[in-house]
Ligand binder design. Structure first.
Ligand SMILES: Cc1cc2nc3c(=O)[nH]c(=O)nc-3n(C[C@H](O)[C@H](O)[C@H](O)COP(=O)(O)O)c2cc1C
Length: 402
């Protein structure tokens, strides 16, 4: 693995020599980037001797390929480790600053980043530093917790750089995850490449009059996440969506509809080309029998108003009844007896699979996270709480295994 080691200005910089040695000993390639602060603490020559590569420290280096060392280094690395990560550099990362080689290449990378902070205990516990690391953590950077104990400054507390062996093991973990994720991704791609997938998403709006409608709390996120993930895996995706506030990439063919009847018409026009149909939309069961042509006026002489509703077509059941039906996946959003209702729906509607989805005030709808149980006539798989993007990938994987 190609490890890019960023060393910043802190007493613990000397420990990164041992870290370099550990990487080299286990067969990794290492390139070291030092900040000007780091060079106050340790000579670049030591890293050069251990890594076998010249140390990089200058953003404006005319000797580097096309004079763009930051881009070249960002591309070269499989993983980037910052050890020690000073309070100053963490603050710069958080802000997206790019005023030296290290900060600039960090902005120019999509590789995993492992941070090993090291600083005085008060610098570490300072609200500003804590806010910075919390945000970097949210961005998905791997933050190693500093150790506690006696510090170089003579104080005792939290802020010591994790031991080189701990940092080394964290990087090995990244490598393992990368390999697993990559293999899983290849498998998914192999299955979905060129397959045709039809997805419905979002709510439907059933008009009452020109200004009012009956809707529901579906945000469309689940269906959109599936559409994006499938398109990335190489599938030809058609997404029929009710009114939502979401965007989708150009690889997905998007068809906007409003009512259940419009969604039904669009599905009828497209299902026969699909290898798989995923019905993630929250389609209204009923629509208003007579939609008023003009805005309904408030009646001052009555406290009640009655709307007559008539049944909407059951889109997923209709697709599942067709002779040339694709593989049909439904969703069951329930507030109670989830699995029981979902299994009943699977059977009653002749679906191939159903995704049971507990919904409630703070569950399922309008959230970017969810938990699902995938059910077929032979199998049940619980997917624990995760982002809808992650669930989408797991769902596509489960379908490909059926
Ligand atoms: C003797 C000495 C020790 C220092 N040790 C640390 C340290 O352990 N952690 C830290 O965040 N800053 C430490 N600093 C402060 C940084 O060197 C300083 O904030 C510098 O601007 C960091 O820049 P850099 O992150 O670009 O290397 C120390 C400063 C001195 C003078």
């Amino acid at each position: 693995m190609k490890v890019l080691l960023g060393v910043t200005g802190g007493i613990a910089a000397y420990k990164s020599l041992e870290l370099t040695r550990l990487f080299i000993k286990s067969g990794h390639e290492v390139q070291v980037v030092m900040t000007s602060g780091a060079k106050e603490f340790i000579q670049p020559l030591s890293f050069q001797a251990l890594s076998g590569n010249p140390v990089r420290d200058s953003l404006f280096d005319a000797n580097q390929e096309a004079g763009m060392g930051h881009i070249e280094l960002a591309r070269w690395a499989d993983v980037i480790v910052i050890a020690p990560a000073s309070a100053e550099t963490l603050a710069k990362f958080r802000m997206g600053r790019a005023d030296d080689l290290l900060t600039t290449l960090i902005l120019a990378t999509d590789k995993p980043i492992v941070l090993a902070p090291a600083m005085n205990r008060l610098m570490w516990s300072n609200e500003a530093t804590q806010e910075n690391v919390a945000i970097l953590n949210q961005r998905g950077w791997m933050l190693l917790q500093p150790g506690s104990g006696e510090q170089a400054c003579g104080e005792v507390g939290e802020g010591r750089m994790p031991e080189p062996i701990e940092i080394f093991e964290a990087v090995e973990e990244v490598k393992k995850q990368q390999q697993q994720t990559y293999q899983a991704w290849l498998d998914l791609k192999q299955f979905w490449q060129g397959k045709s997938l039809l997805i419905t998403a979002g709510p439907t709006y059933e008009n009452i009059d020109p200004v009012r409608f009956i809707g529901n709390r579906s945000s469309g996120k689940m269906g959109f996440s599936i559409a994006e993930a499938a398109a990335k895996a190489g599938a030809k995706v058609t997404l029929i969506t009710g009114p939502v506030q979401l965007a989708v990439s150009d690889q997905v063919k998007r068809i906007n509809v409003r009512s259940a009847e419009q969604m039904f018409t669009a599905v009828q026009a497209h299902y026969s080309n699909a290898d798989c149909f995923i019905s993630a939309a929250a389609v209204a069961d009923f629509r208003v029998a007579d939609i008023a042509e003009q805005k309904i006026k408030k009646q001052s002489d009555t406290d009640e108003m009655t709307l007559t509703l008539v049944k909407n077509p059951d889109i997923v059941a209709w697709v599942a009844q067709q002779d040339d039906k694709p593989y049909v996946v439904g969703f069951a959003a329930e507030t109670q007896n989830l699995i029981e209702y979902a299994k009943d729906k699977l059977q009653r509607k002749n679906l191939d699979m159903i995704c049971a989805n507990q919904v409630g005030e703070t569950l399922g709808f309008e959230q970017s996270e969810n938990a699902l149980t995938l059910i077929t006539s032979e199998q049940e798989l619980e997917l624990s709480l995760a982002t809808k993007d992650e669930l989408a990938v797991q769902l596509l994987k489960f379908i490909s295994a059926q």
